[in-house]
Ligand binder design. Structure first.
Ligand code: NAD
Length: 476
C-alpha cells in the first residue's frame, strides 16, 4: 500500500490525467467534464447470515456516459471504498476509448472478504447486491454492464445475470446485462483467460519494435526474459502461464499475500497455482525458495515486472529500488503518480494499465455483442470455411499429380489449414488485433511528439482525444 504522504488512488489517476491533458488543446471546460466522475451510488444492505443480519456496503460508480452502456468490473475486497471505485471507473473510461470498445466507464465494488463466506452465503450476498443495482438500472444491458474483477469470477457473474433475469423476465437481451459469465450461462470462450492473454499480447506488441525495446535497455525477444509476477490470481496466473508456456519467458518470482517464491531457473506456474489453491499461499511450495516479506521481491533483478494484484504497490517508498527496466501494469493503478515520476526519471519503461489489462474489457465487448446477436461467433461460417479449404487442397493435389511434381503436403499443415476458426480462435484473433492496434496508436504518439516522454501519457492522449470527439456530437 502507498505511504500516507502520497495522493489517494483517485488523485493519482487525476494527476496522470492532468499531466496528459496539459499537452492538449481541448475546448474550454471540456477537460473538467471529462475528468470528473459523473455519479457514485453507495448502498448499504442487510443479509440474514448465520443467525444475524449482516450489513454490507457496496458501490457502483459511473465515470463517463459519453457512450452507453457504461462498463466496468465488480470487485469483492475489504479495500473497496468510494475513492478506489471512482479511480477504477475513470480508468475504465480511458481504457475503453483506447481499445475502441464502445462503452463509457464504470466500476463497482463490495466491501467484503469473499474467503470468509461459503458459496451459499456468497450467492445470497451477491444476489442481494445485484438486486440493489438492478433496481436502479446500474445493471442493465443498455446502460451499465458489469464484469468480474478482483475477488469475483464466472460464478458471481452467473448469479448476477440470473438475478437480473428474474427481475426483467421479458428482456430478450437479459444475458447482455453482465459479462464474464460461464459458457453455459451465455459466456464466451476465452473470457476467463482474456486479461492475462491481453497482457501477453501487449508484451508481444511491444517486443515487435526493437526501437521500443531499446528504450528499456532490453534487447531481443520475449524468449528467455526473467519475469516477476505479483498476484497469481486470474490475471497474473494466465499472463505467467502464457508467457512461460508460449513465449519462453522464465517466471523467476511470484509474490502472493503470504510471501513470495523465487527460482532463477523458472517456476512451474501450473504447479504453483495448484499449490496456492490447495494451501491458500505460496509457502512450502517445493519448486522454489520462500521469501516471507513478499513485497521485497518486487525489487529483485529481473527483465519484466508484472504487478497483477492491486493498486499502489509501487510507490514513493520502493520506486527508487525497483530494478526491472520494464514494468507492465496488469493490475489497475499498481504504480502511484509519485512512483511513476521516479521510474520515468530512471528510464524504466511502463506499459500502462489502461492498455495492459484491456484484454478483459475487449473480450467482454465480444461477449456482449454475442449476447445481443444471440448467436455464437463462427457458427455460420466455420464449416463453409473448412469446405473451401478442402476445395483448395484437393485442387493443389490434383495439379501436383497432373504435373507429376508429386508434392506432398505435410500432415501438420493439412490439419491446421483445414480447421475452420471456432469461437475461441476468433476471440483470440480479435483480442490480438485490438492489442496490436491500440499499441500502435500509443506508440505513434510516443514517437511523433517531443513532449511525450512515456507510454502512459501517450495512452491518455489517444483516449482523451477520442472521448473529447464523442462529446463534440453530444448535447451538453
Ligand atoms: P484475483 O482476485 O483473481 O487475483 C488477485 C490475486 O492477487 C490473488 O491471487 C490474491 O491472493 C493476490 N493478492 C492480493 N493481495 C495481495 C498482496 N498484497 N500481495 C500479493 N498478492 C496479493 O483478481 P484479478 O481479477 O486477477 O485482478 C487483479 C488485478 O487486475 C486488479 O487490479 C484488477 O482490477 C485488474 N484487472 C482484472 C481484470 C479481470 O478480468 N479479472 C480485468 C482488468 C483488470
Amino acid at each position: 500500500m502507498s505511504p500516507s504522504n502520497e495522493p489517494s488512488f483517485r488523485q493519482s489517476v487525476d494527476l496522470m490525467f492532468t499531466r496528459a491533458v496539459a499537452l492538449m488543446d481541448l475546448p474550454p471546460g471540456l477537460e473538467e467534464k471529462i475528468r470528473v466522475c459523473n455519479a457514485t451510488y453507495t448502498v448499504r444492505f442487510g443479509v440474514r447470515l448465520r443467525g444475524e443480519v449482516k450489513t454490507f456496503t457496496g458501490y457502483r460508480s459511473v465515470h463517463s456516459e459519453h457512450m452507453e452502456p457504461v462498463k466496468g468490473g465488480i470487485r469483492f475486497s475489504m479495500g473497496v471504498n468510494q475513492d478506489e471505485v471512482e479511480a477504477l471507473a475513470a480508468l475504465m473510461t480511458y481504457k475503453c476509448a483506447l481499445v475502441e470498445t464502445p462503452f463509457g466507464g464504470s466500476k463497482g465494488g463490495l466491501c467484503i472478504d469473499p474467503r470468509e463466506y461459503d458459496a451459499e452465503e456468497l450467492e445470497k450476498i451477491t444476489r442481494r447486491f445485484a438486486y440493489e443495482l438492478c433496481k436502479r438500472d446500474l445493471i442493465n444491458p443498455a446502460q451499465n454492464v458489469p464484469a468480474p474483477d478482483m475477488g469475483t469470477g464466472e460464478r458471481e457473474m452467473a448469479w448476477i445475470a440470473d438475478q437480473y433475469r428474474r427481475m426483467n423476465t421479458t428482456d430478450i437481451n437479459a444475458a447482455a446485462c453482465v459479462t464474464g459469465k460461464p459458457p453455459h450461462a451465455g459466456g464466451i470462450a476465452g473470457r476467463v483467460e482474456a486479461t492475462g492473454r491481453g497482457v501477453q499480447y501487449a508484451l508481444q506488441a511491444y517486443f515487435r519494435y526493437p526501437e521500443d525495446v531499446a528504450k528499456s535497455g532490453l534487447t531481443g525477444t520475449l524468449d528467455g526474459k526473467r519475469v516477476i509476477v505479483q498476484g497469481l490470481g486470474n490475471v497474473g496466473y494466465h499472463a505467467a502461464k502464457f508467457l512461460s508456456d508460449e513465449d519462453g519467458c522464465l517466471i523467476t518470482g511470484v509474490i502472493e499475500r503470504d510471501g513470495a517464491v523465487t527460482n532463477e531457473a523458472g517456476l512451474d506456474i501450473d504447479a504453483l497455482h495448484a499449490h496456492i489453491r490447495e494451501t491458500g499461499g505460496v509457502k512450502d511450495f517445493p519448486g522454489g525458495e520462500f521469501v516471507s516479506h513478499g513485497a521485497h521481491v518486487l525489487e529483485n533483478p529481473c527483465d519484466i515486472l508484472i504487478p497483477a494484484a492491486l493498486e499502489g504497490v509501487i510507490n514513493l517508498d520502493n520506486a527508487a529500488r525497483i530494478s526491472a527496466p520494464l514494468i507492465i501494469e496488469a493490475a489497475n493503478g499498481p504504480v502511484t503518480a509519485g512512483a511513476d515520476e521516479i521510474l520515468r526519471k530512471k528510464g524504466t519503461v511502463i506499459i500502462p494499465d489502461m492498455y495492459a489489462n484491456a484484454g478483459g474489457v475487449t473480450v467482454s465487448y465480444f461477449e456482449w455483442v454475442k449476447n445481443l446477436s444471440h448467436i455464437r461467433f463462427g457458427r455460420m461460417q466455420r464449416r463453409q470455411e473448412e469446405a473451401s479449404h478442402v476445395l483448395l487442397l484437393d485442387e493443389l493435389k490434383r495439379l501436383s499429380a497432373d504435373s507429376q511434381l508429386n508434392w506432398q503436403l505435410s500432415d501438420g499443415f493439412t490439419k491446421k489449414y483445414l480447421k475452420g476458426a471456432g469461437e475461441l480462435e476468433l476471440v483470440r484473433s480479435g483480442l490480438d488485433d485490438t492489442m496490436r492496434g491500440a499499441y500502435d496508436s500509443m506508440r505513434e504518439v510516443w514517437h511523433s511528439r517531443n513532449d511525450v516522454e512515456d507510454l502512459r501519457v501517450a495512452a491518455y492522449l489517444v483516449s482523451i482525444a477520442r472521448v473529447a470527439t464523442s462529446y463534440q456530437s453530444k448535447a451538453l
